[in-house]
Design a protein around this ligand. Sequence first.
Ligand code: 5RP
Length: 232
Amino acid sequence: MSAELKDKAARAALECVEDGMRLGIGTGSTADAFIRALGEKVAAGFRVIGVPTSERSAALCRELAIALTTLEETPELDLAIDGADEIDAALNCIKGGGGAHLREKIVASAARRFVVIADDTKLVKTLGAFPLPIEVVAFGMGATRRRLDRIAEAHGLEPAFTLRQKDGVPVRTDSGHVIFDASFGRIPDPEGLAASLDGCVGVVEHGLFLNMAERAFLAGATGVAELTADRA
Ligand code: 5RP
């Protein structure tokens, strides 16, 4: 996605932010665009306080003098804004391409409203073309991997898990865990898979964000589309 589209989606979401709000602040290049746009408003006198979802986002917020807090000090947030790797029409998402989905899910769950920003190429019919990030405790990861294989098979999915690495060593998340990326291709039953992963010993968090987003701003060639979740 071009930087211009990221910026457009970010600025559209900024309209949801009101003076004095307690914000959850996402991670990734689109979230960075949001943080920069928010920084401009803060420099002009807008007051917000934010919980960042990664050390990277925290550093950018500090650079832009955006006031930060923690979920210990501020356990309830008004609004969380974050990017996504895939989003479907019901606003279910795959997140974690940037490896921050554990903190992202904790922060989004602490917020009354969760808004997603992305470009419209991330809108999919069925989740799963983007490899699903699964954060696991490093201790015993071989045994956890076997349990993941069995979960995939039980769901009729290819057990195609890759340990995320950089420069030949496993990537460690901000919380010190490792990530298996699951190349399922498509996930026909995200709710069922999420329930199985939630119950898997050794799994800390997966990147399925189901029934969480209330709204998405998706930037494309013809403008920014605003999608809302139809959840009665
Ligand atoms: C990080 C995430 C990001 O929101 C997701 O990877 C999208 O990133 P980008 O805006 O750079 O495409 O989930 O863990």
